[in-house]
Design a protein around this ligand. Structure first.
Ligand code: ADP
Ligand code: ADP
Length: 204
């Protein structure tokens, strides 16, 4: 399998926002564990039931569930040329499991301070028809779309605090882990959506 790319960063860093452009540039399909888990929850599958309690509390879903989900997804035909991981891996055991199944080409680390994260997450909205991500201040939905956008249940100020704590404790150490392997590419994620996209594109 050709190399995969990892989009890495705290919740709300802008991974999903930039994923489409990177996917287009590289031809690698986006694989978002968050989207896959939300789909399982809304379909009411066994896996969805198991994951939901953790997601609602802003905690990470156990590694065994996530690794199973990813192993299945990578069997799909479109994964042969490598994929763009969004929101995975989030723990060192997940990264170790991933290293056994694919080669990672580069890890794009989107660096955004905690203060911006809270504002980004609380203002996030999604168009349920297209999956497009908006923000009430930074990327307002156009007229006609604004009345149907929805807010994720876990995008509250309270849950963001747990998600950030989980990030700092369990996910942030992965930056060092990948850096030691020479794979980490740091990007300042605190500029405008366009500037961040250009910064990533110019380095790929
Ligand atoms: P965000 O993009 O805001 O960081 P995600 O959509 O990636 O949020 O994830 C939503 C929730 O799904 C997380 O808070 C966590 O509970 C769960 N989740 C997603 N990906 C993973 C993962 N790789 N490992 C563990 N839990 C995950
Ligand atoms: P992630 O996938 O990392 O959780 P998202 O891409 O969903 O993050 O972005 C979180 C929120 O922040 C969304 O509402 C999005 O519109 C907004 N956003 C993304 N990138 C930026 C940016 N560079 N500046 C301001 N807001 C942004």
């Amino acid at each position: 399998m050709a190399g995969s790319i990892v989009l890495f960063g705290p919740p709300g860093a802008g991974k999903g926002t930039q994923a489409g452009r990177i996917s287009e540039l590289t031809g690698k399909p986006q694989v978002s564990t968050g989207d896959m888990l939300r789909a399982a929850v809304s379909q009411g599958t066994q896996l969805g039931h198991e994951a939901k309690t953790f997601m609602d509390a802003g905690l990470l879903v156990p590694d065994s569930i996530i690794i199973g989900l990813i192993s299945e997804r990578l069997k799909d035909e479109d994964a042969v040329g490598g994929v763009l991981f969004d929101g995975f891996p989030r723990t060192i055991p997940q990264a170790e499991a991933l290293a056994e199944i694919v080669s990672v080409e580069v890890v794009i680390s989107m660096e955004v301070p905690d203060d911006s994260i809270v504002e980004r997450i609380v203002g996030r909205r999604m168009d349920p028809q297209t999956g497009e991500i908006y923000h009430i201040k930074f990327k307002p939905p156009p007229e006609g779309v604004s009345m149907r956008v929805v807010q994720r249940k876990d995008d509250t100020e309270e849950t963001v605090r747990s998600r950030l704590a989980a990030y700092h404790e369990q996910t942030a150490p992965l930056a060092d882990w990948y850096s030691k392997r020479g794979l980490l590419m740091r990007i300042d994620g605190n500029g405008s959506i366009e500037d961040v996209g250009n910064a990533i594109a110019s380095k790929l």
